[in-house]
Design a protein around this ligand. Structure first.
Ligand code: ZN
Length: 228
């Protein structure tokens, strides 16, 4: 009995000491930002003026399947506040075969959003202040996730015509058309994010951001009152 208790205590200690709190064996993990990962993001998504502590961010490894059912390994950085939700969402999408083409750090594209979107990359953290303000965008707080970005563009109608991003997404602006990787209100991706309290940019009124899921303004303000 005593021996059992000792083993149990050691197991508890090991679990507490480990930054990984998901099952390593199955391809889905969450860990802190190690020096190796920091070296990849420094000056890119984690710009030199970024006031968000590294301890607020987490590095996720996930598996995902493309539209042909081929499994790929992906990696993503997001806020510690949504890390377990995002891991669960990716696991559920993988198990259901919901197609995600690419999940790479935006740093692999020099933190350039347009290049990452043209590659249909799914990502989360990319620090920036909102133009002419001291507010930080939700991607800058790691509280917004973009999915299958080429096929689910950002679209805004102006006096001068329709603006969309990425610039190569022209074929996917008409949302009545059928094409792979399209996010709709009826699909699993929408369901998984919204049932965890995320809001979908495809439901916004003034503009549409079909790739974008984010925590509410209220929640972001509670977490970062100085920057929202
Ligand atoms: Zn976004």
């Amino acid at each position: 009995m005593k021996k059992f208790l000792m083993i149990a205590a050691v197991v508890v200690l090991v679990l507490q000491a480990s930054p990984i709190f998901a099952d390593v064996e199955d391809g889905f993990t969450v860990s802190e930002i190690t020096p190796e990962i920091f070296a990849r993001i420094k000056g890119k998504s984690y710009k030199d003026n970024c006031p968000i502590p590294l301890g607020d961010l987490r590095y996720l490894r996930v598996l995902h399947k493309d539209k042909d059912g081929v499994t790929h390994e992906g990696e993503m950085i997001c806020s510690v506040n949504i890390a377990s939700d995002v891991l669960e969402i990716f696991r559920a999408m993988y198990e259901a075969g919901y197609p995600i083409e690419r999940v790479r750090l935006v740093d692999d594209y020099d933190a350039d959003d347009e290049t990452s979107m043209r590659d249909n990359n799914s990502s989360c953290f990319n620090f920036r202040f909102i133009t002419h303000s001291t507010r930080i965008s939700k991607h800058g707080l790691g509280l917004a996730v973009d999915i299958n970005t080429l096929y689910n563009p950002y679209i805004r109608v102006t006096d001068k015509g329709t603006i969309f991003e990425p610039a190569t997404a022209g074929d996917y602006v008409d949302r009545t058309k059928d094409f792979p990787y399209k996010i709709t209100r009826d699909d699993l991706c929408y369901k998984l994010f919204t049932e965890r309290g995320f809001e979908w940019g495809g439901e916004w009124k003034s503009l549409k951001d079909y790739q974008h899921f984010e925590v509410s303004d209220k929640r972001a303000k509670e977490l970062y009152p100085d920057y929202r």
